[in-house]
Design a protein around this ligand. Structure first.
Ligand code: CDP
Ligand code: CDP
Length: 226
């Protein structure tokens, strides 16, 4: 059997991380871990419990008594919060607009990183997020930093919303994505940043297939064979 490596995929919102990470994981028969979904699940629970998302102690109390499981489903990954499927709920705009506040707390990040590392302890993992190559899996054999212009990323989210029949406003999406980029890049703890040894791919004018091919080439270089 080929060597099982770890692949870290970071980048800003709607750069295509989860779409390509899922395909790469499938091709290699690896597990896929969407770390953003974990921060979203905690944010969702905090909102449900009417906790302040500014209050680190309150968030930690919630997190310490919360299980977050990621399971493969037929149409993508399913997210379970304390055993309940919250896959759709965690994508609401209320959660999206609060998650970058929740994720800037140091203790919250420390606990999430421990959980993410335990998911990846046996290798054979494709993990996407903001700090995977820099903090969660600093020894990952393949590190990718995906980029795309804000305009392109907003169009991608807008198209996705329209396809799903969700209400969507392109200009509002541009503003929300830019704000989240800023909060995620400027936070003190583990900000969104390209790892020094990551390969940057600007996906603005690339198809999903082209991005997947580039990552698969890098993966096979490290695994040693096709
Ligand atoms: O899918 P999208 O790119 O919109 O975001 P996501 O990957 O679901 O991540 C949601 C938010 O969680 C991000 O905007 C970050 O604030 C936070 N996050 C993080 O801080 N670190 C990670 N490793 C993953 C996500
Ligand atoms: O995970 P992240 O937030 O980085 O992005 P995503 O949810 O994987 O991708 C956002 C949308 O962009 C999806 O609808 C993808 O199908 C689309 N996409 C694209 O149009 N072209 C690419 N090269 C990558 C993704």
């Amino acid at each position: 059997m080929n060597r099982q490596i770890s692949i870290a995929i970071d980048g800003p919102a709607a750069a295509g991380k989860s779409t390509v990470a899922k395909i790469v994981a499938e091709k290699l028969s690896y597990i896929y871990i969407d770390t953003g979904a974990m921060y979203r699940a905690l944010t969702y629970k905090a909102i449900q419990q009417q906790a302040s998302i500014e209050d680190e102690a309150a968030l930690m109390e919630i997190l310490n008594s919360t299980t977050i499981d990621l399971q493969p489903g037929t149409e993508g990954q399913l997210i379970y919060l304390d055993g309940q499927d919250v896959t759709n709920q965690i994508r609401s705009s209320e959660v999206t607009n609060s998650v970058s506040i929740v994720s800037r707390h140091k203790l919250v990040r420390e606990e999430m990183v421990l959980r993410q590392q335990s998911f990846a302890q046996n290798g054979g993992v494709v993990m996407d997020g903001r700090d995977i190559g820099t903090h969660v899996l600093p020894l990952a054999e393949v590190k990718i930093f995906l980029l795309a212009s804000v305009d392109e990323r907003a169009i991608r989210r807008h198209t996705e919303n329209v396809q799903k029949g969700f209400p969507s406003d392109l200009e509002k999406l541009k503003k929300e994505i830019s704000l989240r980029d800023r909060l995620d890049s400027e936070r003190e703890v583990a900000p969104l940043k390209k790892a020094e040894d990551a390969v940057e791919i600007d996906t603005t004018s690339l198809s999903i297939v082209q991005v997947v091919e580039k990552i698969m080439d890098l993966a096979y270089e490290r695994i040693g064979s096709k």
